[in-house]
Design a protein around this ligand. Structure first.
Ligand code: ADP
Ligand code: MG
Length: 681
């Protein structure tokens, strides 16, 4: 496929051109072809000079009749002024600080000139216009003037104009060889422009209408390829074998009846969905989503118990050692009546290593890193990932897929996946949702404070603690200064502790952050849980990595710096006990976006609505890369466009039904192979 060719092997490019394209990150023909302009300058109006008066921008075709320059005392040219004439009149063009143009402009030549028109002292002139010479002997089309001119994202000193010129030559060299890869029935049905034509209309559109047509194709294509990739992966996983796990209904009911609380309806429904799914002899791949405190762990625990009842093994993977330890304690506590071998695997608990390696356990809990070792899972049937956003799903699964028989997978996340993402990048998953909190949980009172209100806020904190409350104080950074770089706008844990100790001399104030030693962290957490710490200053480690139930107030510094879902997660850390939870958001230099975000947080009815807002306000790149390394690189299609996504989904399903391996669409298959989603890779 020509799109796969590496540009370094192309002989129509000079070495300099290759190097500059590489500098832009473009390695293959596909990369170059898909390096779309981010906008267009409309210079398509070509007018006689005498008609320019009412125009903001336009193109003229005229003779350059005069050039003058102005130089500064050092002798460098800082201004070039050219006079252009056609049959209808004269106009000046002025270029500032571009002395090199003096060499290029040729007095007496015929030019196409396009740019913005400026009016000064009753005279109009072009300011820094584009220009290109029109030679009588050749008929090359204009690319910088007289048309919709593509403007490319400039990086690393590479100018849009250079990219435009290079792109034009490049596309002319390869355009005959570009092949359509979308199935023809789809092209016909949707009435899409064929690939080569669409490429051309993206870079050098004949009209806005044509450009829109091209964009419609590429937007669809982007979602379509992505969905093909995701759904193909789903089919592939479903073709694997898994241990079918019978539902031990009586035993499970019995266990549930003995719990100190009643399960929510949502929990019961989720448990049922999961158990039903695991009865099949193909692996489950399911996401359990629910707010912090909605009781996901209990759902996982009950399903794990059902697996163990049938004599199979369970592995649970937590994002941090501390959380692994908390799960371990929890599992031991709730499952103490069953004489099960439950193991924890953390870096400082080597004593279980032998048992784990020999496969001598019912349930093993640990962090991901530890599962990379050689293990003997004799009958591993169920793998639970807690807080699934922390690492890519497929990456984690691949480890467990080494055996011929695959385990069932359950991921748990407190961040709701917006519906559009569930149909695209998370389309390989089935979903269970806990849309209900256990009884007795109250709404969390949320207040926003600006710098001038801080005194009032400190009073409220004092009151909270006097009434027996415990406080989290979250800062975006650990230190103000890091590797010699200063972050003056951001609050840091270490500085904040000092400050708070001055404000509240009587209070017990401690800090916690990810980089601290594990023993140290564990000590602080257990002290906090015992009620021995009044204020715990933390980074957002507490967002996902640590679960402490007895805080009543969470204060978030630089709230404008956190994503909406992050704020939501953080806020969910309080108010899980008897007392009503409170959340104070401190803003520093709120931007329009951040104000919108916080308003959304105050007004949101539920977490899904919030996640969708977050996606809309921040855009998919930002939304995703906060949780996943790498950039999913969605160039065009909006991952919020439900209509488009559904349309694409229909086509994807039609194709995969007929040809799940895409063997009759070899080019399409190649394109799907190029799709990169961190979630899947
Ligand atoms: P999540 O993992 O969804 O944040 P957890 O499973 O850790 O939530 O549950 C939070 C707390 O609520 C735990 O202490 C758990 O034992 C308790 N819990 C779970 N389900 C219920 C329920 N139905 N009613 C009351 N408390 C519950
Ligand atoms: Mg949890």
């Amino acid at each position: 496929m020509i799109l796969d060719w590496e540009i370094k092997k192309l002989n129509f490019l000079t070495l300099r051109e290759k190097n500059r394209l590489l500098k832009l990150g473009l390695k293959t023909i596909k990369d170059v072809v898909y390096y779309f302009p981010h906008r267009y300058e409309d210079f398509s109006k070509i007018l006689p000079i005498s008609h320019l008066f009412d125009e903001q921008k336009a193109t003229i075709q005229a003779w350059l009749t005069k050039i003058t320059t102005k130089t500064n005392p050092k002798g460098t040219i800082f201004l070039i002024e050219g006079t252009f004439e056609d049959q209808s009149g004269k106009i000046k063009a002025v270029w500032y600080n571009q002395p090199f143009l003096y060499q290029t402009l040729k007095k007496g030549s015929f030019y196409s000139v396009a740019g913005k028109l400026v009016q000064k002292n009753g005279e109009i002139f072009f300011s820094n216009p584009n220009f290109e010479i029109i030679l009588p002997q050749n008929s090359l089309p204009c690319i910088h003037t007289g048309r919709l001119v593509p403007i490319y994202p400039e990086t690393k000193g590479i100018k849009s104009k250079w990219i435009r010129k290079t792109m034009f030559n490049f596309l002319n060299q390869i355009k005959e060889k570009l092949e359509e890869f979308l199935p023809s029935f789809l092209l016909e049905k949707e009435n899409f422009l064929p690939f080569p034509e669409a490429v051309w209309q993206m870079h050098f559109p004949d009209s806005l209408l044509k450009n829109k047509e091209a964009r419609r194709r590429f937007e669809f294509e982007e979602i379509f390829l992505l969905q093909l990739k995701v759904f193909k992966a789903k089919i592939k996983l479903k073709q694997r074998k898994a241990f079918p796990i019978p539902i031990q209904l009586e035993k499970i009911k019995n266990f549930i009846n003995k719990l100190p609380f009643e399960l929510t309806k949502a929990q019961k429904k989720a448990i049922w969905e999961i158990l039903k799914d695991m009865e099949k002899n193909h692996p489950m791949n399911r996401l359990l989503q629910g707010d912090v405190g909605s009781g996901k762990t209990m759902v996982a625990l009950i399903c794990a118990l059902n697996v163990v009842f049938s004599g199979y093994q369970v592995a649970m993977i937590a994002p941090t050692e501390i959380l692994a330890k908390q799960h371990y304690e929890n599992f031991k506590k709730f499952l103490r009546d069953f004489n099960l071998k439950i193991l924890i695997l953390t870096s400082n608990q080597k004593e279980h290593l032998k048992d784990v390696t020999e496969g001598n356990f019912d349930i093993v809990i640990g962090t991901h890193a530890l599962f990379q070792n050689k293990f003997n899972f004799k009958k591993l049937a169920f793998v639970i990932f807690d807080e699934q956003h922390r690492f890519g799903v497929e990456q984690r699964q691949s480890f467990f897929l080494k055996n011929e028989i695959s385990p069932h997978f359950l991921s748990m996340s407190a961040t709701p996946i917006p519906r559009t993402l569930a149909l695209t990048i998370y389309g390989d998953l089935d979903f269970s949702t806990l849309n209900e909190m256990p009884k007795g949980r109250k709404k969390i009172q949320t207040l926003i404070f600006q710098q001038k209100d801080l005194k009032k806020m400190y009073k409220m904190i004092e009151e909270e603690i006097k009434n027996g409350g415990k406080v989290f104080f979250v800062c975006p950074r650990i230190e103000m200064k890091e590797k010699g770089k200063l972050f003056p706008d951001l609050r840091a844990v270490k500085e904040e502790v000092k400050k708070l100790k001055k404000i509240f001399p009587e209070m017990k104030i401690k800090m916690i952050y990810g980089k601290m030693k594990n023993e140290e962290k564990e000590k602080i957490i257990s002290d906090f849980e015992k009620g021995e710490i009044d204020i715990l200053v933390a980074t957002n480690v507490i967002e996902e990595g640590i679960d402490i139930a007895n805080a009543t107030l969470i204060v978030i510094q630089n709230a404008e710096r956190f994503g909406l879902s992050q704020l939501y997660q953080l806020r969910g850390r309080v108010g899980r006990g008897e007392k009503e939870g409170k959340c104070f958001l401190i803003t520093h230099l709120p931007t329009e976006k951040s104000v919108k975000r916080m308003e959304a947080l105050l007004n949101a009815k539920n977490a899904f609505e919030l996640a969708m807002k977050d996606l809309e306000i921040r855009g998919p790149g930002d939304f995703l890369s906060k949780r996943q390394t790498g950039n999913p690189n969605f160039k065009l299609a909006s991952l919020t466009n439900l209509e488009l996504i559904k349309k694409s989904e229909k086509s994807v399903k039609t194709i995969l039904k007929k040809d799940p391996s895409l063997s009759s669409f070899p080019l399409l298959k190649k394109m799907v192979g190029h799709v990169k989603i961190i979630h899947l890779e």
